[in-house]
Ligand binder design. Structure first.
Ligand code: MG
Length: 290
């Protein structure tokens, strides 16, 4: 049977946060703001602009408040920030954001290393976050990291990811994004995990967040698309990595993802030329971008 691809997909741009957070050299606040404004001008409607994390752990994001205060706020664009805990939510609400993104891993070891909480403690924290966010009309999106494998534990059973995804959905998270934290995913697994997790959810949408792996990341995108996923996370310039995952690679590059969908006749709402320029600009902000 002829395969039917969707007419459009949603791209969730994570460059200003996930792309930059791992950079040792501080990127000036005005450059971060310029990147965000350029991304929105290119057509990005979902932009993760910063993170409300402790500046001691992620000094690159210490200007979260200033970035949000300084960026243009275009109507119809969902600007959001990563929050590792309840405290982060309070700061995000104070900044006026209408969406936050929670993070946890399906691997117990990675979750403890990254967040200093067990998986079960993280779930309790995210339930509390969802309750408080709902009272403040703030939407919650949720990442599940190491969904395709963990640098410390290796294989992570899909059942664990399903359990977490279902819990996050029951708390009220409107979208679950499966993270390939260290670029370990393969297309077969990407397809199988997407089908299994998608089937387990009632209303939350499912997204995939792949990291660079010498091109395998685009095969993972196609496999996820085959499995019915239509929301993809990416970072302009392919920047990023995870500060607590050894060997973490950059995110899949938004400009190449947009170019691929453009060739397939699948709409992204993003201008291919402008996003290419955003990618070049993003790469110019960091000392070494391979
Ligand atoms: Mg990432």
């Amino acid at each position: 049977m002829l395969k039917k691809y969707p007419k459009q997909v949603k791209i969730f741009e994570v460059g200003p946060r996930d792309g930059l957070q791992n950079e040792d050299r501080f990127v000036p606040t005005e450059k971060k703001i310029e990147l965000i404004n350029k991304l929105v001008d290119a057509g990005c409607e979902y932009v993760e602009v910063t993170a409300f994390v402790h500046p001691k752990w992620v000094p690159q994001m210490k200007d979260a408040k200033e970035v949000i205060a300084g960026m243009e706020k275009q109507a119809g664009v969902m600007y959001n920030a990563l929050i590792p805990n309840f405290k982060g939510l309070e700061r995000a609400i104070e900044s006026g954001l209408k969406e936050v993104v929670t993070i946890m891993s399906s691997s117990e070891s990675h979750n403890t290393k990254n967040l200093n909480m067990t998986v079960s403690q993280s779930l309790q924290e995210i339930e509390r976050i969802n309750q408080h966010a709902a009272k403040n009309n703030v939407r919650v999106r949720s990442y599940i990291g190491t969904a395709y494998g963990c640098p410390m534990e290796g294989h992570v059973p899909v059942e664990k990811t399903i359990q977490i995804a279902q819990a996050l959905e029951s708390f009220g998270s409107y979208e679950i994004s499966l993270g390939d934290t260290t670029g370990m995913a393969n297309p077969k697994q990407s397809y199988e995990i997407a089908v299994a997790v998608k089937e387990s959810l009632k209303q939350a949408s499912l997204a995939a967040h792949f990291h660079r792996a010498d091109g395998i990341e685009f095969a993972n995108i196609l496999a996820s698309l085959d499995a019915g996923i239509t929301v993809f996370d990416s970072a302009a310039g392919g920047l990023g990595g995870c500060p607590y995952a050894p060997g973490a690679t950059g995110n899949i590059a938004t400009e190449t993802l947009v170019a691929m969908f453009e060739r397939m006749g699948i709409a992204t709402g993003i201008d291919p030329e402008k996003i290419k320029a955003c990618g070049d600009f993003a790469k110019s902000l960091v000392p070494i971008a391979e």
